[in-house]
Write a protein of this length. Structure first.
Ligand code: MG
Length: 157
């Protein structure tokens, strides 16, 4: 089963930028009810999509005060447990982060490691790609970030 996820968030100053559970900078982060980890939100939707289990907004409503400034890695842990309880395991994850700056070259391996640990799969099964939007659109204007994520699940034997 294949699942796809997308997320985007607007930036604001004075909040850490979290991507895949890794703090990228303290200068600006994402406007969000939770910690705004756009990567993890897109990944959660990909996993839920592959399992036919809806989306992250249904599971963790932003009207629920318990999720204010919530650590998104906890969303991911819960969703991995959920899909496993439905008889699925993760084959691989691929992702594209669209961000004008800062450059993510030095962070990509850290993100892969963190996601592989949270999803309990080898690092080789987690791919992270990063690109700018060539100055175009909301990403190009440094207004926000977008992440696309795809995953494959298999039914456990
Ligand atoms: Mg989000």
């Amino acid at each position: 089963m294949v699942g796809f996820g997308y997320d985007s968030h607007r930036f604001e100053e004075g909040k850490p930028l979290m991507i895949g559970g890794i703090k990228i900078t303290d200068e600006f982060g994402c406007v969000s009810h939770s910690d705004g980890d756009t990567f993890i939100h897109a990944l959660c939707d990909a996993l839920l999509g592959a399992a036919g289990l809806g989306d992250i907004g249904e599971k963790f409503p932003d009207t629920d005060h318990i999720y204010e400034d919530y650590d998104s890695t906890l969303f991911l842990i819960e969703i991995v447990e959920l899909i496993e309880s439905h008889g699925f395991s993760i084959v691989n994850i691929d992702s594209t982060i669209v961000l004008e700056k800062p450059k993510l070259i030095e962070f990509k391996e850290q993100i892969r490691r963190e996601i592989s640990e949270l999803c309990r799969i080898p690092m080789a099964r987690v791919n992270v790609k990063a690109k700018t939007n060539e100055g175009m659109g909301f990403v190009g204007r440094l207004e926000g970030i977008a992440v696309y994520c795809i995953c494959e699940l298999k039914e456990k034997q």
